[in-house]
Design a protein around this ligand. Structure first.
Ligand code: CP
Length: 309
C-alpha cells in the first residue's frame, strides 16, 4: 500500500484503500504511545508548522504530541500574536513561512477550501486540520480507527450521525469515510441543519431519532456549532434537547454493543445525556487517544512521499 499525494485535504479525495492504509499505519504508531519512552527518530530533521486560525484543544495538541513523538522540529503559530492581527492575508502568511523551508503545514481555518488554497502555494505538505464547514479528514480517520479496533470491519455496520450536520466538517468527512468503506450511514438533524446535497449511495436521511438509532452499531453525536450561527437555525436549545438529544431510552434501541462517538467538545445534557458520557458505550477518550496515532501516521506518510518524490 502507498499514498501518492503531497497533501491530506479531504476524505472525499481518498479511496477505501487510502483510508485503510492510513489506519493500518496508525495502528503501528499507536504502539509508540504505549511505550515507556514515547519517541522515535522517524522525522528527525523535518520541520512542521502548525497554524490554527480557529480554537482547538484536541486536534492541535495531538498534532503537537505526534510531532514530538516522531522527533520533528515543530512550531505553533499563535494567530493572536502574529501579523495576521495587522491584516496580513493567509496567502502572505503562508508565503513568508514557506520562505523558512518547512516540510509540512498543519492548518485549521474558518474558510472552507482554505487548506486546498494553501496547498497550491507551497511545496510543503499540507494537512487540513479543519476548514470551515468543509472537512476534517484526520478526525474521520481517528473515528474509523476507533470503530475498527472494536468492530474489526466497518463494511456491514449501521452508522448514525446526529446533530448539526450542516455546519459539521467532521460529519462531512465521516459521511465520506464510513460510506466509502461500505457502512450504511443514517443522518438525522433538524431540517435546517441537514446538508443540502447528499448523493452518496449508502447514505440515508432518517425520519426521526428512533429510525436513526434503531439497531445502530455506531452513533456519532454532534454539537450545535454556535460559532457558526447555528442557534439561528433552531427555535431554542430546549426545543433541540427535546427532539435531538441522545437519551438512555433511545440508546437502548441501538445494537447491544453500540459505540457512541463524539468529536468534542461535548455539550453535556444538550446533544447527549451526561449519563451516557459516563457509561460504558462511549468511546470519546479512545477517539482522542487514537488522534495522536492517526496524526503520527499522516505526518509519516506525507513526509515520506515528499522524500521519495
Ligand atoms: N475534534 C476536534 O476537532 O476538537 P478540537 O476543536 O478541540 O480540535
Amino acid at each position: 500500500m502507498s499514498f501518492n499525494k503531497k497533501d491530506l485535504i479531504s476524505v472525499k479525495d481518498l479511496s477505501a484503500s487510502d483510508i485503510n492504509y492510513f489506519i493500518e499505519t496508525a495502528k503501528e504508531f499507536k504502539k509508540i504511545s504505549l511505550k515507556d519512552i514515547k519517541k522515535v527518530p522517524t522525522l528527525r530533521g523535518k520541520t512542521v508548522v502548525n497554524i490554527f486560525y480557529e480554537p482547538s484543544t484536541r486536534t492541535r495538541s495531538s498534532f503537537e504530541i505526534a510531532q514530538k513523538r516522531l522527533s520533528a522540529d515543530s512550531l505553533s503559530i499563535s494567530i493572536a500574536q502574529s501579523s495576521v492581527t495587522k491584516g496580513e492575508s493567509l496567502k502572505d502568511t503562508i508565503l513568508n513561512l514557506e520562505a523558512m523551508k518547512p516540510d509540512a503545514f498543519v492548518l485549521r481555518h474558518s474558510e472552507s477550501g482554505a487548506a486546498h488554497f494553501v496547498s497550491k502555494l507551497t511545496d510543503a505538505s499540507v494537512i487540513n486540520a479543519g476548514d470551515g464547514i468543509n472537512e476534517h479528514p484526520t478526525q474521520c480517520l481517528l473515528d474509523i480507527m476507533t470503530v475498527i479496533e472494536e468492530k474489526k470491519d466497518v463494511g456491514s455496520l449501521k452508522v448514525a450521525i446526529i446533530g448539526d450536520i450542516y455546519h459539521s466538517r467532521v460529519a462531512r468527512s465521516d459521511i465520506y469515510g464510513f460510506s466509502k468503506l461500505g457502512a450504511e450511514v443514517y443522518l438525522y438533524a433538524p431540517h435546517s441543519l441537514l446538508p443540502r446535497l447528499i448523493e452518496l449511495k449508502n447514505v440515508k436521511i432518517a425520519k426521526n431519532m428512533e429510525e436513526a438509532v434503531k439497531g445502530a452499531d455506531v452513533i456519532i453525536m454532534l454539537r450545535i456549532q454556535k460559532e457558526r450561527a447555528s442557534y439561528y437555525f433552531i427555535p431554542s436549545i430546549e426545543e433541540y434537547r427535546n427532539f435531538f438529544q441522545l437519551t438512555p431510552e433511545l440508546l437502548s434501541k441501538a445494537s447491544k454493543r453500540v459505540m457512541v462517538l463524539h468529536p468534542g467538545p461535548v455539550n453535556r445534557d444538550v446533544e447527549i445525556a451526561g449519563s451516557i458520557i459516563n457509561g460504558g458505550r462511549t468511546h470519546i477518550f479512545k477517539q482522542v487517544e487514537n488522534g495522536v496515532a492517526v496524526r503520527m501516521a499522516c505526518l509519516y506518510i506525507l513526509l515520506g512521499y515528499l522524500k521519495n518524490k
